[in-house]
Design a protein around this ligand. Structure first.
Ligand SMILES: CC(C)(COP(=O)(O)OP(=O)(O)OC[C@H]1O[C@@H](n2cnc3c(N)ncnc32)[C@H](O)[C@@H]1OP(=O)(O)O)[C@@H](O)C(=O)NCCC(=O)NCCS
Length: 140
């Protein structure tokens, strides 16, 4: 992530969506600094980049994500069964992971987000939050 984030430029999530070559629906967004990001569900082929993302997260981000649990593997970031993991990707690298786990009570869910330390503060957490809580195919 490079450059200063202009305060006047909010993140935007476009309505443009397309399918990648594996048929997965992807959404495009722009971060506050203008960096384009792709948001889509986690794919099996992401395991290596997911582990790289997990390894790059600071201990502080791990602590905040898991409320005190120490660093583990990328798998932990995917929310387990039913976690509906959604990822943000820049230049082929995962820079954020959000999960959305519906609870037993109707209309209730537990969600969690982790954004790469050097991408925090640019609107990516908001973009991921919107993606997993919307009715877009990303969260299905
Ligand atoms: C929390 C986190 C997901 C936010 O992602 P982000 O891309 O940095 O957030 P955004 O740029 O979209 O900012 C969204 C808002 O959250 C606020 N925010 C970000 N991190 C925050 C924190 N740790 N505490 C309180 N507010 C925070 C921002 O100030 C911003 O508020 P604003 O819109 O009024 O300016 C990210 O900082 C992160 O991954 N942190 C480590 C893991 C974590 O804490 N996860 C949340 C618990 S599951």
């Amino acid at each position: 992530m490079t450059g200063e984030a202009p305060a006047s430029l909010p993140h935007t999530t476009t309505r443009l969506s397309r399918r990648n070559d594996r048929g997965v629906v992807t959404h495009q967004a722009l971060l506050r600094d203008g960096t384009p990001v792709t948001v889509r569900r986690l794919e099996p082929a992401d395991s290596t980049v997911l582990e790289r993302f997990a390894a790059g997260l600071s201990f502080e981000s791990w602590r905040l994500r898991f409320h005190g649990v120490t660093r583990t593997s990328g798998e932990a970031l995917t929310g387990g069964v039913g976690g509906r993991p959604t990822v943000a990707v820049i230049n082929g690298e995962i820079v954020g992971v959000a999960t959305y786990v519906p609870l037993m009570e109707p209309d209730r869910a537990e969600m969690a987000v982790a954004v790469a330390d050097d991408a925090q503060g640019l609107g990516l957490g908001t973009v991921l939050f919107e993606a997993v809580t919307s009715s877009s195919p990303c969260s299905a």
